[in-house]
Design a protein around this ligand. Structure first.
Ligand code: 5U1
Length: 680
């Protein structure tokens, strides 16, 4: 075949597969096949350098280290957005009122349509496509002149090097480069493991990566992108509304966030702000607010600009996820596995929607690297469901000498020695279950909703039970009697009876829950389920060899070793036996691979959205999993069914967009019935 034709074919194929992988999250070919096509193109280009085009996928990571960035004058100024800091509904109402006033609409004129989006916490970028090919990427700078960061931006897999479909001669796309929270946590986890400096937050990390002079470093940072607007456009009759423009950008293969809506009037804005606020912690990335834009472009043009901000848009903020506060003291906390964590005691501060007075400092190394000392002004971050953390201090001299924090050499709770494993980062109390702190944490974990689910056994009661010497081991929980419980401070007879009933109920459980509740290091809920499904019986897990354990999906050598180690300890086996003797039981082989239970959802992925009429989300998830299905957090082409309840959000829209089957609760329950010919 003619090399030029083959190279063009390969480029088209690789663009198409990169779009499916990075933007739609729905790859159609294995990674190895993508690599093979990529290498074939690379070899062709090496043999015929004239075939190497600017939009070739081989050209993503080939920039050189720069001395500095070249200034880029924006053809169309890159505006910023007016911010509404009143985080209540009044903020949205004020925007609608202002727009109506400026459009001189009579009070009885119908509600305006607004396009609502998320305000991503990242770095604004303009991407210039000429004849569909990415030719330049620039930062905002002062709005008139930015910096040319093209070679860094080309390393971001989500950003197409070539647009799909019939692209206009010039299309400049504006949007935000950001870093997902899980990618950020993972990056920091790796930094911690290497004993290197951690990053402060996803936004600074993303911005720093884009402004890297060495594109090889940018390429190592997991960056993402969302398009949200246009700059210079030539030769394209753009749609009449902003929402349709975003749809068109998605059709060109650009990532556009699915959490958007067109709403009517102030009430629609308020509702969007509230809905996204409720969802904020569950989003995979940080947002600092939502954005409202007048949807009709013609009205946007009538409204125009003030200085560098359009009158037709506003960013309506949420409470900040980072705040400054005073570090009053540093204490240590002993975790379930004995890990000693330095905890910052803070002047209470409202951050990320709650008042925070304690925040983790992770470990001694991190604490030292951040250089925090008691009396400092520190930055506290609380984002998503991650526990609040101190991410740094405000630089500046201290008026008085403050000694550096030191790790205790003995456990503050039980007095056992505190040691750090050779080459490790964490300090640990060596007291094991002799340590009341570890015992309390072990009990709380055991009683947790996802473990044995003992309702009513919370922090305060566990403190009383352990501190009062009523409980030393997990099985002793089941020997508690009404008299002992009712004698506890502030324990009413009714509460004691309720707790005993909850304990009794918890005796009937599942193998997966039981395994998880034991608190084996490295065995989270998912691994416990995998173990239960694979082995089907507790004794088989307890006696499994390292090799046998590694046959389980996602169990590697470290997890296998931890499970082996746990069950090699005679005292752990004793705990298991005593729990069984106390009446804790489950159906062996229930839901396991070796049992022939019907699995009507085997191999299928479902997504839950909205509120179901009778089932809680956890109940629906458990039912799906027990029928062999998986529950995913987002809808893609790999999703077989979306189960939608009241107030279903953007996942339902996405399901419709992709043609994924949508069910209600009754439909789900019908699916769970084994097929009539299922003869298991
Ligand atoms: N989603 C979104 N973010 N954002 C930021 N849209 C959006 N629009 C912006 C900015 C600065 O500016 C335009 C309104 C000009």
């Amino acid at each position: 075949m003619d090399p030029a034709l083959r190279a063009a074919d390969l480029r088209a194929l690789l663009h198409q597969h990169a779009h499916r992988y990075y933007v739609l999250d729905d790859p159609q070919i294995p990674d190895a096949e993508y690599d093979r096509l990529f290498q074939e193109l690379q070899a062709l280009e090496d043999a015929h350098p004239a075939l190497r085009t600017a939009d070739s996928p081989t050209q993503r990571v080939l920039g050189r280290v720069l001395d500095g960035f070249v200034p880029v004058r924006h053809q169309v100024p890159m505006l910023s957005i007016r911010t509404e800091t009143d985080t209540t509904a009044a903020g949205a109402e004020a925007f609608d009122a202002r727009v109506r006033r400026e459009l001189e609409l009579p009070t009885d004129a119908p509600a305006l349509a607004y396009a609502c989006e998320l305000k991503f916490d990242g770095l604004a970028i303009g991407l210039r496509y000429e004849q569909g090919v990415l030719v330049q990427a620039a930062t905002r700078g002062d709005g008139e002149t930015g910096e040319d960061v093209t070679q860094n931006i080309r390393t971001i897999g989500q950003i197409p090097l070539r647009l799909q479909g019939k692209a206009p001669p010039v299309l400049e796309v504006r949007g935000e480069v950001y870093m997902r929270r899980d990618h950020f946590e993972h990056l920091n986890e790796r930094q911690r493991e290497k004993g290197e400096k951690t990053y402060i937050n996803p936004r600074n990390t993303a911005a720093g990566a884009v402004r890297q002079l060495d594109p090889a470093i940018t390429a190592e940072r997991p960056l993402s992108f969302f398009a949200y607007g246009l700059g210079d456009v030539q030769g394209w009759a753009r749609p009449a509304t902003h929402s349709a423009t975003l749809d068109a950008l998605a059709d060109f293969g650009l990532p556009v966030c699915a959490d958007r809506a067109v709403v009517e009037g102030a009430a629609g804005l308020v509702d969007f702000h509230r809905r996204m606020g409720d969802k904020r912690d569950a989003l995979p990335f940080d947002i600092d607010g939502v954005v409202y834009k007048v949807d009709r472009i013609e009205l946007q043009q009538r409204l125009g600009f003030v200085t560098r901000e359009p009158r037709w848009a506003v960013a309506h903020k949420y409470p900040a996820q980072e705040q400054l506060t005073l570090l009053r003291g540093i204490e240590v906390q002993v975790g379930r596995t004995g890990k000693i964590t330095p905890v910052a005691k803070l002047e209470p501060v409202f951050v990320g929607g709650t008042t925070v007075s304690n925040a983790t400092l992770h470990n001694l190394f991190e604490l030292r690297r951040k250089g925090v000392r008691v009396g400092d002004q520190v930055i506290v971050r609380r984002a998503g469901d991650v526990i609040p953390e101190v991410v740094g201090r405000v630089p500046g001299a201290r008026p008085v000498y403050v000694p550096n924090f030191r790790m205790p050499t003995v456990c503050p709770v039980c007095g056992s020695q505190v040691l750090r494993e050779k080459g490790g980062i964490d300090h640990r109390c060596t007291g094991g279950l002799f340590c009341a702190a570890q015992r309390k944490q072990a009990l709380l974990h055991f009683a947790g909703r996802r473990a044995m689910d003992i309702e009513g056994l919370g922090d305060k009661l566990v403190d009383q039970l352990v501190d009062g010497g009523l409980i030393r081991t997990l099985p002793e929980l089941y020997t508690l009697g009404l008299a002992k419980l009712a004698a506890l401070d502030r324990m009413a007879d009714k509460s004691a009876a309720n707790l005993l009933a909850a304990l009794d109920k918890s005796r009937q459980t599942t193998l997966a829950r039981f395994l998880y509740s034991l608190g084996i290091r490295q065995v989270g809920e998912a691994t416990a389920k995998d173990l239960a499904r694979h082995f089907g019986a507790l004794d088989r897990v307890m006696d499994a060899s390292l090799d046998q354990l590694q046959q389980v999906v996602d169990v590697g050598p470290v997890v296998a070793q931890s499970i082996r180690h746990f069950f090699e300890q005679p005292h752990n086996r004793e705990v298991v036996e005593q729990l069984r003797a106390a009446g804790v039981h489950w159906d062996e082989h229930e839901g396991s691979d070796i049992a022939n239970t019907p699995q009507p959802l085997a191999g299928q992925t479902l997504v839950l959205t909205g509120t179901l009429p009778t089932l809680t989300r956890d109940q629906a998830k458990a039912l799906i999993e027990s029928a062999g299905g998986k529950v995913a957090g987002s809808v893609s082409k790999k999703t077989q069914h979306v189960v939608a309840g009241a107030e279903a959000g953007s996942k339902l829209d996405r399901a419709r967009e992709l043609g994924v089957n949508v069910l209600d609760e009754a439909g789900l329950l019908a699916l769970l019935q084994p097929a009539p010919d299922d003869t298991h």
